[in-house]
Design a protein around this ligand. Structure first.
Ligand SMILES: [Mg+2]
Length: 245
């Protein structure tokens, strides 16, 4: 009825880019943060942060992991620093905090919109009696869910704060999704993972989940990459799963 194998009893949704249109806001904040950093380091001839950099090194991962992975791809190593570092500290955490400050400002200015197809899907999943959890690397998970009026659907939330508190490995490791299944009291085989990030579908695959839905908000290349990283099916919108086949 909702486009999933009959064995599935629980849904684990990524947040940014799957339920809400906030992934583009994150990408914008990352680009401004990294371009500013690279310009300060290399001058005006600096090599820009690209959409491909975002998809490959940053999207879906915990903030500090994203900073570290991207800088490493450019041959740059910075000290980790600490989570309380000021936004101008030349550390992994400092750059991450700069991005967080920026994305919160952008979210406040523009608001958070849930995808209408995702709201329809959440309603259908709830009606069908499926358990629902949100699993996101974002430390702002609760704020974004509330702003999008989606908290009413969510039984369990594993977000960036939980990941840090419980020392979980971030996506592409499966640990945060496994914690989501555990919070709902279901076996991973009974759960479906919904993800728009390459690192996220990879985590779903690695965790042995019953089904992995890749949500493609970009182009054909991204759809192919989601399949290559472990998606069982790729859709452009969750409502596609509700259509009669
Ligand atoms: Mg996402």
């Amino acid at each position: 009825m909702i486009g999933l194998p009959d064995t599935i009893t629980a849904c684990l949704f990524d947040l940014d880019g799957v339920l809400t249109g906030t992934a583009v806001l994150h990408r914008e904040a990352w680009k401004r943060t990294f371009d500013e950093y690279l310009r300060s380091k290399d001058g005006d001839a600096f090599q820009e942060f690209t959409d491909a950099d975002y998809s490959t090194y940053v999207d879906g991962r915990p903030r500090a992991d994203g900073v570290r992975e991207f800088l490493r791809s450019r041959g740059i190593e910075l000290p980790e620093g600490s989570p309380d570092d000021p936004v101008d500290a030349p550390t992994v955490n400092g750059i991450g905090n700069r991005k967080n400050e920026l994305v919160l400002k952008i979210i406040d200015e523009r608001g958070v919109n849930p995808y209408p197809g995702s709201v329809r899907y959440l309603e259908a999943a709830q009606r069908a009696g499926l358990r629902i959890a949100v699993v996101t690397s974002s430390a702002n998970g609760a704020k974004v869910l509330d702003a999008a009026d989606l908290s009413r659907f969510v039984e369990a939330r594993v977000d960036g704060l939980v990941i840090r508190r419980d020392h979980l490995k971030g996506k592409p490791a499966p640990d945060s999704f496994l914690a989501g299944a555990k919070a709902l009291g279901v076996d991973p085989k009974q759960a479906v993972v919904f993800e728009d990030a390459q690192s996220g579908v990879q985590a779903g695959k690695a965790g042995g989940f019953g089904y992995v839905v890749g949500v493609n908000r970009e182009d054909e290349a991204q759809a192919a990459a989601l399949r290559a990283h472990g998606a069982d099916v790729v859709v452009d919108d969750l409502a596609e799963l509700l259509e009669d086949k």
